[in-house]
Design a protein around this ligand. Structure first.
Ligand SMILES: Cc1cc2nc3c(=O)[nH]c(=O)nc-3n(C[C@H](O)[C@H](O)[C@H](O)COP(=O)(O)OP(=O)(O)OC[C@H]3O[C@@H](n4cnc5c(N)ncnc54)[C@H](O)[C@@H]3O)c2cc1C
Length: 399
């Protein structure tokens, strides 16, 4: 069996490693010509860290990530409203890591090449189309450098090709544009002194304006600013791109007098070398992702608002489940169907929980009990409660 994975992001690369771990051959095609450390900070919640540790990547992850110790909800003067321990301190058996997205992707890329071979990931190659012939999948590939096209055959095709998935568009034609949340995000990373514990995430919100800041190294603080611009609706005026540059002058007016004492917000925003802008968007959850020998994974399957810090984590869980189900299935279509049976509803719950949490947080008064209730509800809705996760069986077959 050879599985072709379209997309070498966090989800696609973890899928390749997971398939390899259960003895299934995997190949990745990635449309960018070179895997460069793009993006800014990202979080891996304990449920995904567990999976990466089981893949033998625990030491590498600990070396590039900061084990987040607490979430501190504060007002814009730095007065603490509510503090919640995170990761191990919260009772999980596994840490939560804050990490540079690009470093995480590069770490996974290196592991794939080391374990599956130097040719396991073909960069600069874009999947453009596919046909499921019943016995195999014929995938159309296009080389971005030479323009050359080719057809390759695989036992299964996994669309891990992100929010603008070609595989999803073919499986679900006529879905229309992404759904805009009405919230604009700006992201950056600033070289600065650590604040609070050096492993604290601080979250400050005043109505429709919010900032989340956390360290991704002893010298770098990642920040995300979220500003409500309108009510949710179709994303019509532009395309969402994770790597689109933003402008400081659009952002600074919202945060002019925000000073937490330990964090001068305008200085933090002004000090970043990179400033990215993204119209926070998702899609209505699907009731099934693929059919036959083709399915979806990660953002292609369930684009979600990044408010629950769950996008990368859910793609890791998809990848692990996919490999486990393919390894124990009688044939490929049965394995993919079993994978979807586990993951479609679980990830739909996360998409909806992210929306619910954001709505509740926007309405919350600045009261301790509000934040406690909101985060408890989120964990319940996404199945991430401490005892549930600690007692859940391993996804590794035989593990
Ligand atoms: C450049 C970039 C920066 C990001 N930055 C952040 C961030 O700062 N914070 C955050 O929370 N999330 C960020 N994300 C999103 C985050 O990585 C995902 O939500 C999460 O990791 C799930 O990953 P994924 O593998 O499903 O999708 P993605 O990470 O989007 O990966 C999809 C991959 O598929 C490739 N691809 C797309 N179409 C094709 C095709 N037709 N053929 C072959 N390959 C294809 C893309 O180049 C990409 O590498 C970023 C994504 C990207 C691509």
């Amino acid at each position: 069996m050879t599985v072709l994975i379209a997309g070498g992001g966090i989800g696609g690369l973890t899928a390749a490693l997971s398939l390899h771990a259960v003895g299934i051959e995997a190949r990745v095609v990635e449309s960018v010509r070179e895997i460069r450390p793009l993006g800014v900070g990202i979080n891996l919640l304990p449920h995904s860290v567990r999976e990466l540790i089981e893949l033998g990547l625990g030491d590498e992850l600990a070396a590039i990530g900061v084990a987040t110790a607490e979430n501190v909800y504060a007002d814009r003067f730095g007065n603490e409203i509510y503090t919640e321990p995170r990761g191990i301190a919260q009772g999980y058996k596994w840490p939560q890591y804050s990490v540079h997205r690009g470093r995480l992707q590069t770490m996974l890329f290196d592991a794939v090449r080391e374990r599956l071979g130097p040719d396991a990931v073909r960069t600069g190659v874009r999947l453009t189309d596919f046909t499921d012939t019943g016995d195999a999948v014929r995938a159309e590939l296009s080389d971005r450098g030479t323009g050359r096209t080719e057809t390759v055959e695989a036992s299964a095709l996994i669309g891990a090709d992100g929010i603008h998935s070609v595989v999803r568009a073919k499986l679900h034609p006529g879905e229309g544009p992404l759904r805009y949340s009405g919230i604009r995000m700006w992201r950056g990373v600033t070289e600065t002194e650590p604040f609070l514990t050096g492993r604290s995430m601080v979250i400050v919100r005043e109505g429709g304006v919010e900032i989340i800041a956390y360290p991704i190294s002893p010298r770098h603080v990642n920040w995300v600013c979220l500003v409500r611009m309108s009510e949710p609706g179709p994303l019509v005026e532009e395309e969402a791109g994770w790597n689109r540059p933003g402008r400081l002058e659009d952002l600074l007016p919202y945060y002019r007098d925000w000073n937490l004492g330990y964090l001068d917000v305008p200085a933090l925003l002004s000090g970043s070398d990179v400033l990215l802008e993204y119209p926070m968007a998702d899609r209505e959850p699907l009731s099934s992702w693929g059919r036959g020998r083709v399915t979806l994974l990660g953002d292609a399957a369930h684009p979600m608002w990044p408010v629950g810090a769950n996008g990368a984590s859910q793609s890791v869980l998809d990848a692990r489940t996919l490999a486990a189900e393919l390894a124990r299935a009688a044939d490929v279509p049965a394995g993919l169907a079993a994978y979807e049976a586990v993951r479609v509803e679980a990830t739909a719950n996360v998409v909806l929980a992210n929306r619910n949490m954001n709505k509740a947080a926007e309405k919350a008064r600045l009261a301790r009990r509000d934040f406690g209730r909101i985060t408890d509800t989120y964990r319940r809705e996404t199945g991430a409660e401490v005892h549930v996760l600690n007692e859940r069986a391993s996804l590794t077959p035989g593990g």
